[in-house]
Write a protein that binds this ligand. Structure first.
Ligand code: PGA
Length: 241
């Protein structure tokens, strides 16, 4: 099982250091923990994670190796600073920065060629779900966002229904089952047999156990609850219960 924390644009540095240290005080056998931090925190948080088995990741990277891209961060920079994985195509980046699946694929290719693993996010909006297009939307995102050249073990998929992110609304077991089964079939037929699929969207220590019982759910991508170390620990504990 994988439990990944997405801190997004939170918290302040001193709180971030304390939070990372708190993560390290608990061991979670059988759970791969990944921590996606804001870019300036990669170096200081790497120091806090030394000696722990928690993997460190960036929340985005540029599709080019280097160049005149003011404000952007390259995959190589993330790797140089101690990241081993990068989160790509999060719905907030797709919505607020107009990131297309084509761009996500270019970023994923660059990240992998640089030596990073990639976690690619997919998920439908409420309007797409209400019009019956949820599965088709997600399969279309996968088809375009996932470069076929990626090795199966360098890729993780996070299914995050947009309407469940930060809203307290969690997809039902039936909705997660349908989507994760569909994603699993797609992954098998595309040659990604060993790729894991995480669920994300308002996961907390109270709902995690039920989500983890769903077929083809290999873990969770956690936003809000990852900012409270006891909650993150509770989700990790539920992953192996
Ligand atoms: P949330 O965020 O857990 O706060 O809903 C999840 C995510 O956006 O990755």
């Amino acid at each position: 099982m994988i439990v990944a924390a997405n801190w997004k644009m939170n918290p302040g540095l001193s709180e971030a250091k304390k939070l990372a240290s708190d993560y390290c005080t608990a061991a979670h056998k059988g759970v791969t923990r990944i921590l996606f931090v804001p870019h300036p925190y990669i170096v200081p948080i790497r120091k806090r994670l030394q000696g722990s088995d928690i993997l460190l990741g960036g929340q985005d990277c540029h599709q080019m190796q280097s160049g005149a891209h003011t404000g952007d961060v390259s995959a190589g920079m993330l790797q140089n600073c101690g990241a081993s994985i990068v989160l790509l195509g999060h719905s907030e980046r797709r919505a607020y920065y107009g990131e297309t699946s084509e761009l996500v694929a270019a970023k994923a290719t660059m990240a992998f060629e640089t030596g990073l693993s990639v976690m690619i996010c997919v998920g439908e909006t409420l309007a797409q779900r209400n019009s019956g297009d949820a599965l088709a939307t997600v399969l279309q995102q996968l088809t375009i966002s996932v470069p076929v050249t990626l090795p199966t073990t360098a890729l993780t998929i996070a299914y995050e229904p947009v309407w469940a992110i930060g809203t307290g609304k969690v997809a039902t077991v039936a909705e997660i089952t349908e989507m994760h089964t569909g994603i699993r079939h797609w992954l098998y037929s595309a040659g990604f047999g060993r790729t894991k699929i995480l669920y994300g969207g308002s996961v907390n220590p109270r709902n995690a156990a039920e989500i983890f019982t769903v077929a083809h759910v290999d873990g969770a991508l956690v936003g809000g609850a990852s900012l409270i170390s006891a909650d993150f620990d509770g989700i990790c504990a539920a992953a192996v219960a």
